[in-house]
Write a new protein. Structure first.
Length: 109
């Protein structure tokens, strides 16, 4: 079981994912991309006992949804990290002039 924070953002899912990774890096958070194609990553701070799982999905209405979940449930450190990452991602996206969607990832084959 985990605790979750969800943010709806006005940008392409790939743009949101890359912006979230950049925001985490700027905060000194270690980001491990679990699945680039599915836009999934794990965020953690060195020496801390919590982790935040992040994923970005397309809601079908021209927006993206940033999902941040952390364990252990109720961890205030995980919740604070998720909140800071969500705010930093939103702040960066709000400052952009509607960037075009990034190129699709290469396909196998």
């Amino acid at each position: 079981m985990s605790t979750t924070r969800i943010a709806t953002l006005e940008a392409h899912p790939d743009t949101v994912f890359e912006t979230m990774l950049d925001a985490a890096d700027e905060m000194g958070v270690l980001a491990h991309v679990v699945d680039q194609r599915r836009r999934q990553a794990e965020l953690r701070r060195e020496g801390k006992g919590y982790r935040v799982s992040a994923s970005v999905t397309d809601n079908g209405w021209g927006q993206s949804v940033l999902h941040l979940s952390w364990t252990p449930p109720g961890s205030s450190g995980g919740g604070k990290l998720a909140k800071r990452v969500a705010k930093a991602t939103r702040r960066t996206l709000d400052g952009m002039d509607a960037p075009p969607p990034p190129a699709p990832p290469p396909t196998d084959g």
